[in-house]
Design a protein around this ligand. Structure first.
Ligand SMILES: *[C@@H]1O[C@H](CO)[C@@H](O)[C@H](O)[C@H]1NC(C)=O
Ligand SMILES: *[C@@H]1O[C@H](CO)[C@@H](O)[C@H](O)[C@H]1NC(C)=O
Ligand SMILES: *[C@@H]1O[C@H](CO)[C@@H](O)[C@H](O)[C@H]1NC(C)=O
Ligand SMILES: *[C@@H]1O[C@H](CO)[C@@H](O)[C@H](O)[C@H]1NC(C)=O
Ligand SMILES: *[C@@H]1O[C@H](CO)[C@@H](O)[C@H](O)[C@H]1NC(C)=O
Ligand SMILES: *[C@@H]1O[C@H](CO)[C@@H](O)[C@H](O)[C@H]1NC(C)=O
Ligand SMILES: *[C@@H]1O[C@H](CO)[C@@H](O)[C@H](O)[C@H]1NC(C)=O
Length: 922
């Protein structure tokens, strides 16, 4: 249990010497209480904070009082081990402690040891593949046998090597409860306390002094104890529980030791006020690790960062075909050849949030960068959601003055607290695209642990040091530790810097401003891929412009996150601010437009959502239906989300007719070979008069992003296996609190769920997830919001049948299985149905749907299925405009549509901000 100076002081005021044990007991409880309150309050503070430069990537959401975790650390609960349902675990009650053992019979292999940890057993039973289970078992066994990690590592920082074996004893000192001799950190080490143990702990936290007191207490501090407090050694007369031959202080007496390190002091970056003008400008190697489909934003970032003297290395996640192809284009177009894209399986990796493989990706990329370009001085790491907030010239000036330094951002809190929150004291294994938590571990002794943000600017020397194929023992030891670490890049570089000869090049500033809004960003949103809860920063929006402008005087050069689908105006503003001439010259066409690909026919991975594919293909048929083409020859090329003036405007569907499929050329002039359609989802909600000014937005969709409070499914397709969510936004004029009832009515006219929505002043924006049985009934659904038997609002949404399953044409069997609604209705609410339905009737809401059709089987396949889909899709999407592909051979008449390249909205129209054509060559 950690406590800081304040609590230690607080704990003493009630002390009465006579009842030593009692007082210490009461004191400890008080201390714990105060600490709990303190950590709780601190947590509250942090959730509200969003201070620039703050860099902690992981942060608990709520406190949770189980699993023996330190207060305040919020860890994802493992699914309960159900002895009945999961035959793989068997529990034995041993006194009052449950020991969970792995059931060997349930495995197809013989584990190399008895796996007993609860977390490891749970991981093995949750993993699916043999390989992953075996890896988990092997790693757990290695860890149990103490063979996984180096026990001790040695620092090569010249002035902070740390003690070896035994810390230097400074003698026995008198301690004082109101004024601790060592006041940095405090811990109770029951059963294990010893000078060595305590000194390693203090060393790990970066303290030069360690002290043992009252047998079980360990104190750490920065200040050397004054000789005036020195006592004869005999005053420290209590035995150490961890080493009975040694004494561990006494009542208010403390044995003090030196940990062998100096108090760490980060370097101050030199800034322009001391510029001499003599230096040769440094060169930067940008490492862009990109993911997702926002290729135009990445191109825009490259455009703004581009300089022929720098080097750009682009790593695209191995699964992201689309982005990869787009980046290859960028590489190809760059005439100066200083942009390189990582290619091939050895150099391209797939990473998950927090995954251990991320470090491998970074180090292999860094090695490549050293090979490809001999003359860069700094490696600067960016992602698709970063954007500069200073000009390139400013960045180069600054780094030129600071050549040789390393820019990282530290967590800035108690180290032990950082370790537990970050999960550094746990072994994690990555497989099946998940980070599995396997249990506790001991970090190597003898080194200081540090971490923080994984965005950084590193000097070439340091990059060479960490990527050396024959690494230094410190680096190889740390690499072994970080192979099994969550969020490895957030600690590996920091820790290596502090314990190596580079310890005096550490600058506590990663040049980044990060937009932390912890209330939104800490929703444990990664639990699908990680056995842990982490936080993510929010996107900057236009209203944050001042916050960014305020960084002008600070050594901050980049900000994150930015996403044009969330807010492109802020990106435009920054560009205008940094490069007014560039911006003014061009008043660039299409500046307030943005396109983001949803599907491209060449994509192999990741699989596209089957409903999105079904709807896109249906839309291409609908577009071509104007031309009487044979639908089997229509091919979908690309689906794009189109944004204008910062709003989602339309879905663009680019399709072609496969001319080669025709036997004669007689058709050729009758229809365009390629078209792009501008498709608008039909507005689907109506509001009663009294509520019309109270409801700003209502939508049912999937992929709700809680952090940005928006749906990421721009196409809006909902399939039989989707989990629809209702998002709402009420106007501030709404009198709160208000209770609303939300009715979900399926296409058969059944009321299948009723939710109660309490709208408070603080929760005018939010989302609601109904409990619906899968597969959802195909067709038009209705959602009705009611207040006191009055209809406030009414909206419709479509559940589309699948034409595809796992991106292949659906088989009749699968279609039958998925297109008939839930196999049987488990929850019958006849009373609810009749009550609500009569209210709706009174309110004049027409309930479509036919109860008699409850048991009809939907057997449609092939052409019939497509026709069914098209009929449904046409009710919910409208083809507003069409343009012709430029290579179209159709004979233009005045009535025929315009060419796509001339239509501002088309994905084929010019987009100068994302045009990398002239890189290096104007
Ligand atoms: C529970 O365990 C603790 C230590 O492990 C032991 O001291 C205590 O007696 C146990 N209690 C019971 C009820 O077995
Ligand atoms: C686990 O360890 C065993 C024995 O050392 C070895 O044969 C097996 O290949 C290992 N499996 C994995 C997945 O590492
Ligand atoms: C670099 O950037 C990525 C994000 O794209 C981040 O996840 C990674 O940890 C960063 N770290 C380093 C050291 O490059
Ligand atoms: C530049 O350095 C001076 C002196 O060290 C310091 O007072 C000032 O705050 C620094 N400016 C920036 C932007 O860091
Ligand atoms: C809303 O409902 C809750 C219980 O569901 C009730 O306690 C509360 O008083 C209601 N509020 C209003 C304004 O009706
Ligand atoms: C529903 O099923 C019952 C019995 O299986 C049958 O008698 C009835 O005709 C079916 N109704 C419809 C509309 O198919
Ligand atoms: C356009 O139509 C004219 C006359 O109808 C025809 O002569 C010409 O070949 C057509 N052009 C193309 C490209 O098909």
């Amino acid at each position: 249990m950690a406590a800081t100076k304040n609590q230690l002081e607080g704990r003493s005021s009630t002390c009465v010497r006579k009842y030593r044990i009692f007082v210490i007991f009461v004191g400890t409880i008080l201390c714990v209480q105060v600490y709990l309150a303190y950590s709780f309050l601190r947590l509250e503070n942090q959730t509200g904070e969003s201070s620039p430069g703050s860099s902690r990537e992981i942060e608990p959401g709520k406190s949770e009082r189980n699993e023996g975790l330190p207060e305040g650390s919020y860890q994802l609960k493992l699914p309960p081990d159900k002895p009945l349902n999961s035959p793989k675990t068997s529990s034995q009650i041993h006194s009052n402690r449950t020991i969970v053992k792995l059931d060997r019979q349930s495995l197809n292999f013989t584990p190399i040891c008895d796996v007993t940890g609860r977390e490891a057993v749970s991981a093995v039973s949750r993993a699916h593949t043999q390989l992953c289970k075996e890896t988990i078992v092997n790693i757990t066994c290695m860890s149990q046998m103490g063979m996984l990690y180096p026990e001790q590592l040695h620092s090569s920082c010249p002035h902070s090597t740390g003690f070896r074996d035994i810390p230097r004893n400074l003698g026995c000192f008198k301690d004082d409860k109101t004024q601790r001799i060592l006041s940095g950190y405090y811990s109770i080490l029951k059963g294990v306390n010893s000078p060595q143990h305590c000194a390693f702990l203090c060393l790990q936290s970066g303290y030069p002094y360690a002290g043992t007191e009252y047998s079980i207490e360990c104190f750490c501090g920065v200040e050397e104890p004054p000789q005036t407090k020195r006592l004869p050694d005999s005053s420290c007369n209590m035995k150490c529980p961890g080493d009975l031959k040694q004494s561990c202080g006494g009542y208010l007496t403390i044995n003090v030791f030196k940990t062998g390190i100096k108090k760490f002091k980060a370097q101050e970056a030199r800034n322009s006020s001391v510029k001499t003008g003599q230096e040769t400008p440094i060169r930067i190697a940008f490492l862009l690790t990109v993911n997702g489909r926002a290729s135009r934003q990445v191109k825009r970032l490259i455009n703004i960062l581009y300089d022929p003297s720098h080097f750009y290395y682009i790593h695209v996640d191995a699964r992201q075909d689309y982005m990869y192809r787009e980046m290859l284009e960028v590489e190809k177009k760059c005439s100066k050849k200083n942009i390189k894209v990582a290619k091939g399986s050895g150099l391209r990796h797939a990473s998950i949030w927090g995954g251990a493989s991320l470090l491998t990706t970074l180090l292999t990329s860094a090695r490549q960068m050293l090979q490809h370009s001999k003359d860069w001085d700094f490696l600067v790491n960016l992602s698709e959601s970063d954007f500069p907030v200073k000009s390139n010239a400013q960045l180069v000036d600054f780094l030129t003055l600071n050549k040789g330094l390393n820019f990282v951002k530290s967590h800035g809190r108690e180290v032990q607290r950082f370790i537990t929150k970050q999960g550094l004291d746990k072994t994690f294994v990555e497989c099946e695209a998940r980070m599995w938590r396997l249990g506790d571990r001991q970090l190597p002794k003898g080194i200081q642990i540090d971490g923080g943000s994984d965005w950084m600017a590193l000097s070439r020397d340091f990059v060479e040091f960490v990527t050396d194929p024959q690494p230094d023992p410190l680096v190889s030891g740390l690499l072994q530790v970080f192979r099994f670490t969550l969020l490895p890049a957030e600690s590996f570089f920091h820790t290596t810097l502090r314990n190596s000869i580079f310890c005096d090049t550490y600058v506590d500033n990663n040049l980044h401003v990060t937009n932390w809004k912890r209330k939104l960003g800490c929703k444990c949103q990664y639990k699908a891929v990680v056995d842990w809860c982490g936080c993510s920063p929010n996107d900057f929006k236009l209203e944050d412009l001042n916050k960014l402008r305020n960084t002008a005087e600070k050594n901050l050069f980049f900000a994150r996150k930015f996403e044009p689908v969330v807010d492109q105006r802020i990106i435009d503003k920054i560009e205008e601010w940094l490069y007014p001439e560039r911006y003014n010259n061009s008043i660039m066409k299409g500046y307030d437009r943005y396109w983001q690909s949803i599907y491209h026919h060449a994509d192999q991975t990741p699989l596209v959502d089957d409903t999105a594919l079904t709807i896109s293909i249906s839309l291409s048929r609908i577009i071509y239906s104007k031309y009487d083409t044979i639908s089997s020859h229509i091919r979908l090329l690309e689906t794009t989300g189109y944004f204008e003036s910062n709003k989602f405007k339309a879905i663009l569907v680019h399709a072609e007719v496969d001319i080669k499929g025709f036997e004669s050329s007689t058709y050729q002039n009758d229809f365009p070979e390629r078209v792009e359609g501008f498709i608008v989802p039909r507005h689907q909600f109506t509001t009663s008069k009294t509520w019309s000014r109270r409801i700003r937005h209502l939508e049912v969709n999937t992929d709700y992003d809680q952090k940005e409070q928006m749906f990421r499914n721009f196409l809006g397709g909902i399939g039989p296996l989707s989990s629809p969510i209702l998002s709402y936004e009420f106007e501030g004029s709404l009198v709160t609190p208000r209770n609303l009832t939300v009715l979900w009515i399926d296409p058969r006219g059944n009321c299948v769920d009723v939710n109660h929505l309490q709208v408070e002043e603080m929760s005018l924006i939010g989302s609601l997830k109904p409990q619906l049985e899968e597969p959802l009934v195909i067709g038009e659904w209705q959602v009705v919001l009611m207040t006191d038997s009055l209809v406030a609002s009414h909206l419709r949404f479509l559940v589309t049948p699948f034409a595809f399953w796992k991106n292949r044409r659906i088989t009749p069997r699968k279609a039958r299985e998925l297109h008939n609604g839930p196999r049987e209705r488990h929850r019958e609410y006849p009373e609810i149905d009749s009550k609500w339905l009569s209210i709706l009737k009174d309110a004049n809401v027409k309930i479509i749907g036919d109860k008699d059709h409850r048991n009809f089987t939907e057997n449609r396949v092939g052409v019939e299925l497509n026709a069914w889909i098209d009929e449904l899709v046409e009710q919910f999407y409208r083809v507003d405009r069409i343009c012709l592909g430029d290579d179209s051979r159709i004979n233009r008449t005045t009535k025929s549509p315009r060419k796509c390249s001339l239509c501002d909205w088309s994905s084929m129209s010019p987009d100068p901000k994302a045009d990398t054509q002239y890189l290096g060559g104007i």
